[in-house]
Design a binder for this molecule. Sequence first.
Ligand code: TMP
Length: 207
Amino acid sequence: MRQGLFITFEGIDGCGKTTQIDILTKRLQKKNLKYTLVREPGGTKIGEKIRKILLDNDNINMEHKTELLLYSASRYQLCKQKLLPELDAGKIVICDRFYDSTTAYQGYGRGLDIDFINSLNKFATDELVPDLTFFLDISLNEREKRIGNNKLDRLESEQNNFHQKVREGFLKINKKNRNRFVKLNGKDGIEIISKKIWNNIERKING
Ligand code: TMP
């Protein structure tokens, strides 16, 4: 039986996930609560190799379906090797992106069939569903301001139009999954956001 707590973070690039995950893990350490932090794509030896292929700017000719299958392949490895065993052992598991990113990026962004992606997401996770998903929402203008002159990977280098579709995708996914989604305004102050995140986690922990 699964007894742990599975928390995921989602949003377009530059939304502030990394900062918030950093604050959260520090808070958990302070409270002596054991957790595992992983990222997608990646999180395992095989997954990190897949990540390199996915984000490599040399792979400009990657087909959308190839991309979808590689993200899913990385995810299944992570689920079997880490997520499911850790959750079964009762741990808190934090994942920087999970299958909602596939629905948003490959489904709404690339235009691949959403029903098929929903089935594939179940297949590639053995039907593991997050308990809580923090969706940090920012506008496209804000994204541009934040990622500015950073060196961009293959996905980040996509046109604004693509990222707009991804953001709209996340907003739709949020509406359909209100039971586990917590939408946060990524433009709010770091402290305000981190407090809201913690309040939601505490509520879950305390039942
Ligand atoms: P990261 O920069 O947040 O680590 O994520 C890597 C990139 O991969 C990011 O641009 C979002 C993208 N991505 C997808 O397109 N589909 C997915 O399923 C996942 C997990 C990430």
